[in-house]
Design a protein. Structure first.
Length: 316
């Protein structure tokens, strides 16, 4: 496993990070026994970055991760979130933020998290995020309950705005840098580099579009993107490559991303993904993939408030 420094935090994080949303049954029903094996195997194979949230499985992901990490908390870096609690339940108020960390610490069975992130900030009034949420998180950082703080969002410009307003440590986005899309590099990467923010890239498999299983029903991407993803999977299959390996390898190669988060709850996915980051990709295969993706390249979708979106979806 390779490790990179997470921006100015100094934390040395594995280039492959463990996305714990599937532990909360976000993609399918999973058992504790299987999840525990996946976590143990990940640690054994050198993965040290674990990302969760009270939102994933409506606290189930944090509960399970806390249980699975008992006795080995000191081996890993734990990142959780605050502000999002259900699909449509958000609370970025100062009071809820202060409460949220205590609840997370209880579920995670620890006295501190390494990174606390305001979760999906594009869904609410950015003035509140800047005037209440992040100042509360800075207090939490001062108290030692979180070593570092950051923000997450599908929309990128709002995170740049947050970083301009406050000395945050990390930014996390998803589905903005992978085989289907690379506009993170126009809208977020330059600011992250300039400010020394730890850049975290999630959903390298485009939330399962780039896997044999295909997109789950709830996937928000336009049908054209799902169809193009299906073509990529077929092209990889024809070339005898696992599309997840190719997708992951592409993301891991980003020079400025410290860790790439893949959702994992199965030991075989942990094994496959560790293999995937080390599997070189044939340039000819990448060329064919780029050709298939070209008509929908950089297609994203609206999330949260339209005023917080990077593109003018209202007029699209
Ligand atoms: P992903 O693109 O990583 O896809 C995960 C899905 O792919 C899961 O169903 C998983 O079982 C499956 N999978 C994993 N490895 C596989 C393999 N080798 N072969 C086939 N299938 C495989 O999407 P994700 O889970 O949404 O993102 C990764 C993590 O990033 C999340 O778990 C979460 O921790 C984090 N994340 C955070 C935010 C946010 O903060 N707003 C948003 C998205 C993701």
């Amino acid at each position: 496993m390779q490790y990179k420094t997470l921006g100015n935090t100094g934390l040395k994080v594995s280039v492959l990070g463990f996305g714990a949303s599937p532990l909360g049954n976000e993609f399918r029903q999973t058992t504790e026994e299987e999840g525990k094996r996946a976590v143990d195997l990940a640690i054994d194979r050198g993965i040290n970055y674990f990302d969760t949230s009270p939102f994933y499985g409506r606290t189930l992901s944090e509960e399970r991760l806390g249980k699975f990490l008992e006795g080995q908390r000191d081996k890993v870096i734990v990142a959780t979130k605050c502000g999002r609690y259900d699909s449509h339940t958000f609370d970025f108020s100062r009071e809820r933020t202060m409460l949220s960390i205590d609840e997370s610490l209880r579920r995670l069975r620890t006295d501190h998290v390494d990174v606390l992130q305001a979760h999906d900030i594009e869904f609410r009034d950015m003035n509140q995020v800047i005037d209440e949420t992040i100042p509360a998180m800075l207090k939490i950082k001062e108290s030692g309950k979180a070593r570092f703080i950051g923000v997450t969002s599908l929309q990128l410009k709002v995170m740049v705005r947050a970083a301009q307003a406050h000395p945050i440590d990390t930014v996390l986005t998803y589905c903005r840098y992978n085989l289907m899309i690379t506009d993170m590099d126009e809208l977020l990467t330059p600011a992250a580099k300039e400010k020394g923010l730890g850049l975290i890239n999630a959903s390298p498999l485009h939330m399962r579009i780039l896997t044999e299983a295909g997109a789950p029903d709830w996937h928000p991407a336009p049908e054209s993107v799902k169809r193009a993803g299906g073509k990529v999977v077929a092209i990889c299959r024809e070339a005898g490559a696992d599309p997840a390996d190719v997708a992951l390898r592409f993301c891991i190669g980003h020079p400025d991303v410290a860790t790439t988060l893949v959702g994992m709850s199965r030991p075989d996915h942990v094994e496959n993904n560790i293999r995937g980051i080390e599997t070189p990709v044939d340039p000819e295969l990448l060329r064919k993939i780029a050709e298939a993706v070209e008509p929908v390249k950089n297609t994203s979708w609206a999330s949260g408030r339209l005023e917080n979106c990077d593109y003018d979806y209202a007029e699209a």
